[in-house]
Design a protein. Structure first.
Length: 319
């Protein structure tokens, strides 16, 4: 394998995305809502779309769209879903040398319900006894969602970073790493250059609903730069020497599936291009806006030409 720009590490999934009109939303408070479906009913959907998914795959494909050579380390089954994941990655230009097909596991699967442009995700995450391969040199490692047993991968990554100190490490923890695996996941935060979380995850980790406060508290855990995204409110980026915020780029939301991953790939694409933090926030904002304007987590990902065009009317990042 040639030298990579990007190595993404995380579980790839096969996603079934369903657009549901006949549903209701019940909120105890503005930030705590539930999706309601009529129990026992046959409920029609207005759109159905099967696609490659998972944070690592989404970010790898996003960076590939921006012109960066990317590979994905993930473990999938020898089932039909695993075959589809491999074919979709190759079709997106992702190097699959590190995609491991194993007969003793089942490929992970998600059902994404979209309603009023918001998404609710049903996930099937069977246990995977990870066996990380030798990782090739790369400019950037994106380490994200893994399930039980992720510690083995994280330990291998820690050793890799000691041998490759110039590699940029970006991370977005998955649901298991943020819950049962949080104590172990925190051990790598001191090596993280860019930590990406959404507002809900930031509040879970810090107890603060303020993006600025949450970002600063997350920095105390070790990451150099913390990026917190918050849907309709935009995003913030904080390091020990700077703080910037940005409002969302113009869009007509259809589905918010993949919004955070698109933001991360846009932001990191700018960093790899040598841009500063305010510019990286703008790249993230326009890439995310493009994705939520279409159905699916990867459909609207931008090319360099499209990105340049959209940046002309993108908001500026402010201190």
């Amino acid at each position: 394998m040639s030298v990579l720009y990007v190595l993404a590490i995380g579980d790839a999934t096969l996603d079934l995305i369903l657009d549901v009109d006949r549903a209701s939303v019940h909120c105890r408070r503005p930030t705590e809502c539930e999706l309601g479906l009529k129990f026992g009913a046959k409920i029609p959907v207005t759109q159905a779309h099967q696609a490659l998914g998972g944070n690592a795959a989404n970010v790898a494909v996003g960076l590939s769209h921006l012109g960066y050579h990317a590979a994905l380390y993930s473990e999938v089954g020898t089932d039909a879903a695993g075959d589809t994941v491999g074919a979709e990655l190759e079709a997106s230009g992702i190097n699959t040398d590190l995609l491991v097909h194993r007969a003793d596991i089942t490929t992970r699967y998600s059902v994404v319900l979209t309603h009023a442009a918001e998404r609710t995700i049903l996930t099937y995450h069977p246990a995977h006894p990870y066996h990380p391969p030798v990782m090739p040199p790369s400019r950037l490692v994106y380490y994200t969602s893994l399930g039980p047993g992720f510690e083995r991968v994280q330990n291998a990554l820690t050793k890799y970073l000691k041998k490759n100190p110039d590699t940029i490490l970006a991370s977005n923890p998955g649901s298991y790493q943020l819950s049962a695996g949080l104590k172990e996941y925190k051990k790598i935060l001191s090596a993280v250059d860019y930590l990406f979380v959404n507002a809900e995850e930031a509040k879970l980790l810090t107890g603060s609903g303020s993006l600025r406060t949450a970002a600063k508290r997350l920095q105390d855990l070790g990451p150099h730069t913390v990026v917190v995204t918050n849907a309709d409110q935009g995003a913030v980026a904080a390091s020990h020497t700077e703080f910037y915020s940005i409002t969302p780029a113009p869009s007509k939301p259809v589905s918010k599936t993949g919004a955070g991953d698109a933001f991360a790939s846009g932001f990191l694409g700018a960093i790899l291009a040598g841009e500063d933090t305010p510019t990286a926030l703008r790249w993230g904002a326009v890439n995310s806006a493009a994705v939520i304007s279409q159905f699916g987590a990867q459909t609207g990902l931008l090319s360099p030409t499209e990105l340049t065009r959209r940046l002309k009317r993108a908001p500026l990042a402010n201190p």
